[in-house]
Design a protein around this ligand. Structure first.
Ligand SMILES: Nc1ncnc2c1ncn2[C@@H]1O[C@H](COP(=O)(O)OP(=O)(O)O)[C@@H](O)[C@H]1O
Ligand SMILES: [Mg+2]
Length: 208
């Protein structure tokens, strides 16, 4: 099977990381010789810098919200050049746990969608973007059950604003011709996985 570029998106707690791993397993057992799972922020130098800046223990950090979209865009360029594009050129299936839709949603709250959209318009669009759709309350319950420290983005009001921002982002990206599938992330991990596989299977058929 040929190269396919898949982006997993959704609120924190919607199951993106879980479903990325499940989908990778499914692709491996269903004919994809090479499956690469990756994430943004990436593991490269710009990605490590972003993780450091977002660390809640560095709340007093001097990096302002207006700077973040540039950092994410720089990391995205590096991530694509270093990891994603070479893998696609080898014929791999690449799943990225978050992509520019996350930037568009999260950073539009600080600087507005047009500014973030301008910074991201030249990056390669995914063949399919899966948006895991979940009520902010349920997302928060899952985050709390997962334990660990709450990040800056994880309070309920924040989740509600991000959910609204994502709605606008999906409209914007679909208007550019992107293939985005909104999938209910409610129910068991297996239930959601089945929905994800269905959407990816139709995309694979459409590409071949
Ligand atoms: N369908 C589901 N039902 C219940 N809990 C889930 C489901 N999917 C994921 N989880 C759990 O919710 C938490 C958040 O999932 P995760 O995949 O880390 O989400 P995200 O990467 O979107 O923040 C994890 O503890 C995970 O095990
Ligand atoms: Mg995650």
């Amino acid at each position: 099977m040929g190269a396919i570029f898949i982006a997993m998106e959704g609120l924190d707690g919607s199951g993106g990381t879980t479903q990325t791993a499940r989908l990778a397993d499914w692709l491996r057992s269903n004919g994809h010789a090479e499956v690469v799972t990756t994430a943004e922020p990436s593991t490269g130098p710009a990605g490590r810098f972003i993780r450091d800046v977002l660390n809640p223990q560095h709340e007093a950090s001097v990096i302002g919200d207006a700077v973040l979209p540039f950092l994410f865009a720089a990391d995205r360029r590096d991530h694509l050049d270093r990891e994603v594009i070479p893998a696609l050129q080898r014929g791999a299936a690449v799943i990225t746990d978050r992509y520019y839709h996350s930037s568009l949603a999260y950073q539009s709250l600080a600087v507005g969608l047009p500014t973030v959209a301008d910074l991201n318009e030249r990056f390669r669009a995914p063949d399919i973007t899966i948006f895991l759709d979940l009520e902010p309350e349920v997302s928060l319950a899952r985050i709390e059950a997962r334990g660990g420290t709450l990040e800056r983005f994880e309070a309920i009001d924040r989740l509600r604003s991000i959910a609204e921002a994502y709605d606008a982002v999906l409209v914007h990206c679909r208007a550019r011709g992107e293939h985005i599938v909104r999938i209910s992330a409610d129910g068991s991990i297996d239930d959601v996985h089945k929905r994800v596989v269905e959407a990816v299977q139709s995309t694979i058929e459409a590409l071949s």
